[in-house]
Design a protein around this ligand. Sequence first.
Ligand code: A3P
Length: 299
Amino acid sequence: MELVKIVDEFGNKMHYKRYQGRTYHPDFLGNVGDHLTEIAAYQGQPGDVLLCTFPKSGTHWVFNMVQMIRANNYDYSGTPVVMEFQPISEVESLTSPRMYLTHLGYHSIPMAARQGNIKIIQVLRNPKDTAVSYYEFFNSMKNVAYEGTFDCFLKYFISNEFVAVGSSMFTYMKEWEEAKKDNKKLNVLYLRYEDLKKNLSENILKITKFLNLDRTEDFLRGVEENVLFERLKEKHDSNLGETERWKNNAEGGRLPVYRKGRIGDWKNKFTVAQNEMFDAVYKEKMEEMGLPLDEFVFE
Ligand code: A3P
């Protein structure tokens, strides 16, 4: 593992951990390699659910909705344990129903999940809103404090130097797409942020079925109300959202995760030129993956 500090062509400083040609977030535990080995070998427990998301895709929203459905109550579950940033002992100390998160690419998730022994819920979001949400997130985190312009960020975001998951969002998607085609054992429910926004009740039902649970219509309607953006934000902004992990990294000691919660916020940020550049990259990458351009809804 190599600690890398770079200054890009625009003078922005970035630091990350590089391991076997991939870039990882500086908070990745230890020397990367040892912890990746531990993650890969993690067997989980019966009934575990692994949440696999590209960051800023609605991870916390889905985490809370799944946990409400499973626990059969409306308790707020806060922020999930992240496999790459926290020791396996923290996953082990979770109580049932257990759900933990990884943003890592397909090839780095636990083997037990790749073999279908741990159910996976995956969430993605249209890449333009993901990029904007990421930029604002980086700007509000003291340990990242990205100082560059959005223009610089966008170029960084589409490159494989991006520190999020060991690759760019497009590489992340490509690896998952191949896995979904090739690995028939995978037990995965794929959700999209925009579908959740447009038809939450249908998606809540999908989750309930995927987990083989039996819940009343009334209860599921209640889940819908309790995971509305304003509700979750209110809970998160109270002392329920405070964590030791975020104490020194973000305003108020909370992960700055509930911002706007809308589809199409990218229109407030992208210039015409940035949009044209991004559309060209998007088209090329989606074609490479054999995915239609309307895979994501952008507004
Ligand atoms: P914005 O920054 O665009 O507002 P993650 O949990 O993966 O970090 O994703 C964060 C994004 O999900 C943020 O997007 C946040 O506002 C949005 N989000 C969180 N809860 C939501 C909800 N209940 N409904 C809609 N969007 C939500």
